[in-house]
Design a protein around this ligand. Structure first.
Ligand SMILES: *Cc1c(COP(=O)(O)O)cnc(C)c1O
Length: 458
């Protein structure tokens, strides 16, 4: 018989986690005001809140950490990382920053001004935040397929070229500082963008002379999808695909907490010398001197190794297989999820799961709490709580989709843990008809309320 797939690593160090009882969890979630962000991590058995900075580093990365150079200026760790950025992405100019949003802050300080518009594919919340903070506007030009959880479009992260043309046509050139393409598109479910689409975006951008920036948190997962789904790329290596992708960009921002496989850090890199000169000033103000930018030398060293590992075929095979291992179990159980499965998380379609909970009672949050109570698993609501209220009418905004996101940390849990998540959801699915009410808000902040909101059962 064919031998089954197995990860090409073994585990050298373990971290104990506590398997709590339902009775304990009932008490803890009440104490946390039914907000999973309020739970101490000791009260969580399997933590799928995020894949950001929560992964396990390799022995090579831990080794690199020990040889980090903590010199304020010109540390060897900086040059290691700069060399890796040049090799993988092809950019000559690089600034280390403390995480992804810091790269946005520094770059947008150079490029974005009041009244601008920035088209893209469902901008990530911090990206949108940094645009709106400058009194500019993020315009979502995602393909419509991104909003249909049933459809099997292989590249739901793609930009709709019609929508993009319309933006470029209707705003004056000076008001569009850049186009941002998010790889993979986090907000629409970790969905990839095809190289064909990147190429078409570039052509359109060239016609209007607008720069293109890649928000690169999950660039390697995106390349894996291109290799596996896009005709003509099956025989190319991940490295070759990444280079082909980034030849189409003027610059990149990146949270290293995702595909950098480190716990903290970020990258800002670009082609243009003049941007770099201006960005350097802001980097020094906000982040630190240009050869560390908010990162310790040891962290830059670990990141340089992380970038090497993440672009190897074996790593991505392990990674995406585990996400799909969980997703396919749920699909086989009849549980509605975002299709096709993305790269870093499984998105459970809460509206189609809990059909009896009114939308005013926070459907996805209700499912997230049920899963915590059932199995000690912490996922996160991507729905009405996250969407906040309309800034003008103060009414709740009800998004098209209500998701329970189960983000899988890199190299952290085994497939046995995935089995627990699936069984927990199956138990809830079997009694879904009996779940008819959700939660109401008792206290909330004016923006970003999902982090601190307090709830009580309806
Ligand atoms: C995480 C993320 C960011 C922000 O990065 P932080 O490191 O959390 O500041 C920006 N864009 C995307 C697509 C992300 O996933």
């Amino acid at each position: 018989m064919d031998l089954p797939f197995a990860e090409n690593y073994r585990i050298k160090m373990v971290e104990p986690i506590y398997r709590s009882t339902r009775k304990e969890r009932e008490e803890w979630i009440k104490q946390a005001d039914y907000n999973l962000f309020n739970l101490p991590s000791e009260h969580v058995f399997i933590d799928l809140l995020t894949d950001s900075g929560t992964g396990a580093m390799s022995d090579r990365q831990w080794g690199a950490l020990m040889t980090g150079d903590e010199s304020y200026a010109g540390s060897s760790s900086y040059f290691n990382l700069k060399k890796q950025v040049k090799e993988i992405f092809g950019f000559d100019h690089f600034l280390p920053v403390h995480q992804g949003r810091a790269a946005e802050n520094v770059l947008f300080s150079v490029l974005v001004k009041k009244g601008d518009v920035v088209p893209g594919n469902s901008h990530f919340d911090t990206t949108k935040g940094h645009i709106e903070f400058r009194k500019a506007k993020a315009i979502d030009c995602s393909v419509d397929e991104a909003f249909d959880t049933n459809g099997n479009h292989p590249f739901k992260g793609n930009i709709d070229l019609e929508k993009l043309s319309q933006v470029l046509e209707s705003y004056p050139h000076e008001q569009v500082p850049m186009i941002i393409v998010t790889l993979t598109c986090n907000s629409s479910g970790g969905q990839p963008v095809s190289l064909a689409n990147l190429r078409e975006v570039r052509q359109l951008a060239d016609r209007y002379e607008i720069p293109v920036i890649f928000d690169s948190a999950r660039f390697a997962e995106n390349a894996w999808f291109i290799q596996n789904r896009e005709p003509g790329y099956q025989n190319k290596t991940i490295r070759e695909i990444v280079r082909e992708m980034y030849e189409l960009a003027d610059g990149m921002t990146m949270s290293s907490k995702k595909d950098g496989i480190v716990n903290i850090g970020g990258i800002l890199a670009m082609r243009h010398e003049d941007w770099f000169q201006q960005a350097s000033v802001y980097n020094i103000m906000y982040e630190g001197f240009n050869t560390y930018g908010g990162m310790a030398g040891r962290d830059m060293n670990a990141l340089a190794v992380g970038l090497d590992e993440v672009t190897s075929a074996d790593y991505l095979e392990n990674r995406i297989r585990q996400v799909h291992y969980l997703g396919n179990q749920l699909i086989n159980m009849g549980i509605p999820v975002q299709n096709p499965l993305g790269g870093h998380a499984v998105f459970v379609d809460a509206k189609r799961f809990l059909t009896h909970v009114p939308k005013e009672q926070f459907i996805a949050q209700t499912l997230a709490i049920e899963l915590y109570l059932e199995a000690g698993v912490r996922g996160v609501e991507v729905g009405t709580l996250l969407a906040d209220r309309d800034p003008v009418t103060k009414e709740n905004r009800y998004p098209k989709l209500e998701f329970l996101r189960l983000a899988i940390p890199r190299r952290t849990y085994t497939n046995n843990h995935m089995d627990v998540v699936a069984a927990g959801l199956k138990n809830i699915f079997d009694r879904r008809e009996s779940i008819t009410s959700g939660f109401q808000i008792t206290q909330e902040a004016p923006i970003m309320r999902h982090f601190t909101v307090k709830l009580k059962p309806q």
